[in-house]
Ligand binder design. Structure first.
Ligand code: TYD
Length: 130
């Protein structure tokens, strides 16, 4: 779990951030999805993955992400479009406190596969041996 700050390739025309798989994030990017229009007070995520690594960036607005490895929980603020958070496999993740304008981009290391999800917290604790 780590926060990565990307270089802003800005000039007088505006800003640009480039992120390359296996260079700026430590996996090959196989899938991209984004969460937006989240209703006030509603959390998202609340699951873990057996294999998938994810990289989260609030492209617009802000949200918080709480990552839990079964032993400790850390809450991160995602509030800049050049800051990303790596969520490793077998880490329980909850995205919350979305601003209404938040667009949360997620880069994922695997294609979508429901079998890769752990959606029950007690099952998660058993899998990580906590
Ligand atoms: P869901 O897992 O509920 O989102 P959250 O991360 O907030 O828990 O996903 C919502 C729906 O979208 C669900 O039916 C699964 C589907 N989905 C895909 O088809 N592909 C994807 O890459 C993702 C992340 C979700």
């Amino acid at each position: 779990m780590s926060i990565i700050k990307h270089r802003i390739l800005g000039d007088h025309r505006g800003q640009l951030v480039a992120i390359e798989g296996q260079k700026d994030v430590p996996f090959e990017v196989k899938r991209v999805f984004y969460i937006y229009g989240t209703q006030l007070g509603v959390p998202r995520g609340q699951h873990s993955h057996h294999k998938t690594q994810q990289y989260l960036i609030a492209l617009n607005g802000s949200c918080k992400v709480t990552l839990d490895d079964g032993k400790k929980k850390i809450t991160y603020d995602l509030n800049q479009p050049n800051i990303g958070l790596l969520q490793d496999a077998l880490v329980w993740g909850t995205m919350h406190d979305f601003t209404p304008d938040c667009v949360l981009l997620v880069l994922a290391s695997e294609h979508y596969d429901e079998a890769d999800y752990i959606r029950n917290y007690d099952d998660f604790l058993k899998v990580v041996g906590a």
